[in-house]
Design a protein around this ligand. Structure first.
Ligand code: GRF
Length: 200
C-alpha cells in the first residue's frame, strides 16, 4: 500500500484483513514521506514499512526506480495507492502491470472523470456541484485517468466546507476501498478497454 497522509484508508483495510474470509492482506506500506501518519498505523499493526523520499534521490527516474524496488520486496499481487500524493512513473507502472494489467489501483475523493488531481474535494465544492463522491480506479500514466472500477456518490451540503465534505467522502471512500480490494482478491477484475468489471 502507498500512503502519504494519515492512513485512514489503510486503517480500514487493516481492520478487514485479519479475517481470512476477506481474502486480502496488507503485506507492506511504502510512503514518500517519513511524516506520514499511515506509517504509524502500519507499524502499530505489525505491518512492515519503507520510506522512499524524493529528496533522497538525484532525479525523478532514480526515485521511481527506488519506489518500485521498495514495493517489489513486499511481493504484492495488488498495489493500492490511498492518499499517495505522487504520480507513479512509467517504470513503476511497467513493473507492476499498471498499464491495465490491473495491479495498481488508486482511490480518489471525487467522481472521476470530474475533478482529478490533488484538490478533488476543493475543486468540486468550488464548481458548485450538488453531488460528488469517490472513485476507485486503475492507475495509468495520467493523473486519475485510468479505468474506473467503482464509485459512490456523496451529497454536498449547503454549509459544507472542504474539510467537512472530505470527511463525509472519506467515510464512504474507506468502505468502498475495502469492498473493492476484497472483491479483487476473492474474484479478480477484468478490464476491457476502459471498462473494468469486478468478478468477486
Ligand atoms: C483520501 O481521501 C484520498 O482519496 C485522498 O487523500 C485521502 C487520504 O486519506 N487523495 P487517508 O490518508 O487514507 O486518511
Amino acid at each position: 500500500m502507498l500512503v502519504s497522509g494519515g492512513g485512514s484508508n489503510l486503517a480500514a483495510l487493516l481492520a478487514a484483513h485479519g479475517d481470512p474470509a476477506y481474502g486480502a492482506r496488507v503485506v507492506g506500506v511504502v510512503s514518500d514521506t517519513a511524516d506520514a501518519g499511515g506509517l504509524t498505523v502500519a507499524r502499530d499493526a505489525g505491518v512492515a514499512t519503507a520510506v522512499v523520499a524524493p529528496s533522497d534521490f538525484a532525479d525523478r527516474a532514480a526515485w521511481d526506480a527506488a519506489l518500485a524496488e521498495a514495493v517489489r520486496v513486499f511481493g504484492p499481487s495488488l498495489v493500492v495507492s490511498a492518499g499517495f500524493m505522487r504520480i507513479l512513473g512509467a517504470p513503476f507502472l511497467d513493473r507492476f502491470g499498471g498499464r491495465f494489467g490491473g495491479r495498481v489501483i488508486n482511490t480518489h475523493p471525487a467522481l472521476l472523470p470530474s475533478f482529478p488531481g490533488a484538490h478533488g474535494v476543493r475543486d468540486a465544492l468550488a464548481h458548485g456541484v450538488k453531488v460528488t463522491g469517490c472513485t476507485v480506479h486503475l492507475v495509468d500514466a495520467g493523473v486519475d485517468t485510468g479505468p474506473i472500477i467503482a464509485q459512490r456518490a456523496v451529497e454536498v451540503a449547503a454549509d459544507d466546507d472542504e474539510a467537512s465534505l472530505h470527511e463525509r467522502i472519506k467515510t464512504v471512500e474507506r468502505a468502498l476501498l475495502v469492498d473493492v480490494v476484497g472483491r479483487i482478491a476473492r474474484g479478480g477484475l477484468v478490464v476491457d478497454g476502459r471498462r473494468a468489471r469486478l468478478l468477486g
